[in-house]
Design a protein around this ligand. Structure first.
Ligand code: SPV
Ligand code: MG
Length: 538
């Protein structure tokens, strides 16, 4: 990245034949705002910086505390900054150290005023303020100029003669001396409501060196007047501070009185504007470039639209997924297991007694045709809602399972995968109908680490064909989501009641490999009162 010479940019503003303007900022945020407004330079105002720190403009903030603030300003903005260096925070020696520290922080210029440390703001009893000894002040300017490394760094000498109640003669005498000592420009300050003093000064001064002004009290003077008189630079010394003070006062009062953000929401910046000013987008881009690609935590879809009529009275007013097992509903257990694996974007398809499914933090998809549709129909509704850039784990809403089953699916990086329970005989013994799976390799120790694929899912498979039972767990990768979406649409055109295995069938038919991951037990589906007893929920 090329480094801009901010000092050179500031110097060319001072020396340009045009009237230039710089605006006050007092922290990183206001520096950025001033830059975005279009200004070419920043005035790091002593008044504004001390005020935003909550202290007086009397050198109550130490000079290193001021340095800390302007370092943030210089980082937040590419504009040249002129620091309001007050009296230089000490004698010539302190000025030298100040100039070196400013250059290290890429500050373009410093303005030094001919008063006594600790100074007071020019608008508070200005005419009682003692001025610096001219020779002593000239020594500071010389010392500062000798200390700077970059020839373009500017030292602006601020003449406070008018402020302190002296006349044009004293102002010119001082300006002449400071100019001779090496200052790059003269700031002539005045507390009048008219520009008379500064214009008289400029007219007498001529073009000896650039003249800088601060029209805070004579703000009503059109800038055209300054232009006509050949002023080099106008400093708007405190507007962003004053604007923010007024806005904060109004907002805080309205909020306190109304006890509601509604009263202020439309008149304050949206949070996303704060993020923009902070450069949040650039950090996100940088993260994409520099951080190792984080494995996207998958999302989950829980199919829970059915009643579970086989449970009779128990599901008269509740869908099966909301039956209590231990301390919470079945669905709560499912969610807790997903959550334990870092999966928190969970879409639940609900249908029967949908209002009863109301656990917080879930995304609900309503299948209002649950009585006249099947699992694929519910899945298709969910697929229309899930993120396109996140893999998906699908399961039924009536199963309890140990997290390792989902963990295996989460960590496998293939287009589509299913978990297959090798403990299938148990379901035969319990006389349940099950989705039996035939795979490319039976489960065995040697199948460990081999890529096993699903060949067929069918409740009618014979015992010698069965390699396991499919429990409804399926993982769909990001790249497969569009195809799976298309297949579900296709299936629904011919059969609105189709069940999940139809999707696997179709994938296999299309030659899309479906990885089978063998697991053994560690899950339970709730199909009967006996299952509920088993699960400890009855
Ligand atoms: C400042 O902004 O701190 C200044 C300008 O020094 S003035 O407040 O007008 O003195
Ligand atoms: Mg000041």
């Amino acid at each position: 990245m090329n480094r801009i010479d901010k000092a050179a940019a500031f110097r060319s503003m001072l020396e340009s034949p045009r009237l230039e303007f710089i605006c006050e900022a007092h922290n990183g945020l206001s520096a950025k705002i001033v830059e975005e407004a279009g200004f070419k330079g920043i005035w790091a105002s002593g008044l504004a910086i001390s005020a935003q720190l909550g202290v007086r403009d009397n050198n109550e903030a130490s000079w290193t505390q001021v340095l800390d603030v302007i370092e943030f300003m210089a980082d937040a903005s590419s504009l040249p900054i002129m620091l309001d260096g007050d009296t230089g925070y000490g004698n010539f020696n302190n000025v030298q150290r100040l100039v070196r520290k400013l250059e290290q922080r890429d500050i373009a210029a410093v303005c030094l005023e001919d008063k006594i440390f600790p100074k007071a703001n020019s608008f508070i009893d200005g005419n009682r303020q003692p001025l610096a000894d001219i020779d002593e002040f000239c020594g500071k300017i010389k010392a500062g100029k000798d200390a700077q490394f970059n020839d373009n760094f500017s030292i602006v000498a601020r003449v406070e003669a008018f402020i302190a109640g002296w006349g044009l003669g004293e102002a010119l005498r001082r300006a002449e001396a400071y100019h001779a000592a090496g200052s790059d420009a003269i700031l002539i300050h005045s507390a009048l409501r008219t520009p008379d003093e500064i214009l008289a000064f400029k007219d007498a001064w001529g073009e000896r060196c650039p003249v800088v002004i601060v029209p805070t009290t004579y703000y009503a003077t059109p800038s055209e007047v300054f232009r006509e008189h050949g002023i080099a630079l106008v400093i708007w010394a405190n507007p962003t501070l004053r604007a923010s003070v007024r806005a904060m006062q109004q907002t805080a009062r309205a909020l306190f009185t109304s006890e509601s953000l509604v009263a202020v929401e439309d008149s304050i910046a949206p949070v996303r504007e704060i993020f923009r000013l902070q450069g949040a987008a650039a950090l996100q881009e940088a993260e994409d470039r520099y951080l190792p690609k984080a494995r996207h935590a998958p999302g989950a879809v829980v199919l829970a639209a059915a009643r579970g009529a086989e449970l009779g009275e128990l599901t008269a007013k509740l869908p099966k997924t909301m039956l209590r097992i231990g301390n919470q509903p079945l669905l709560g257990h499912i969610v807790a297991t997903f959550n334990a694996l870092g999966i928190n974007r969970i879409h639940v398809v609900r249908g029967y007694c949908k209002k009863a499914i109301n656990l917080p933090g879930l995304h609900y998809v309503d299948n209002d045709r649950y009585a006249d549709s099947g699992e694929i129909y519910s899945l298709a509704l969910a697929l229309a809602c899930v993120d396109a850039d996140t893999p998906l784990i699908v399961c039924y809403g009536d199963v309890l399972f140990k997290k390792y089953i989902v963990e295996l699916l989460r960590d496998v990086d293939v287009p589509v995968a299913v978990a297959v329970d090798t403990n299938w005989q148990e379901s035969v013994n319990r006389h349940r109908k099950a989705d039996y799976a035939r795979c490319s390799l039976p489960y065995s120790r040697s199948a460990y680490n081999r890529e096993v694929h699903l060949l067929e899912i069918d409740p009618q498979l014979t015992a010698d064909e069965i390699h396991g039972e499919w429990m409804g767990f399926m993982k769909i990768s990001v790249s497969s989501l569009p195809e799976v979406r298309a297949i579900t649409e296709q299936i629904l055109q011919r059969d609105r009641h189709a069940k999940l295995p139809a999707l696997l069938h179709e994938l296999i038919l299309r030659g899309q490999p479906v990885r089978a991951l063998y697991t053994t037990g560690n899950w339970l589906d709730i199909d009967s009162v006996e299952d509920l007893v088993y699960a400890g929920g009855f």
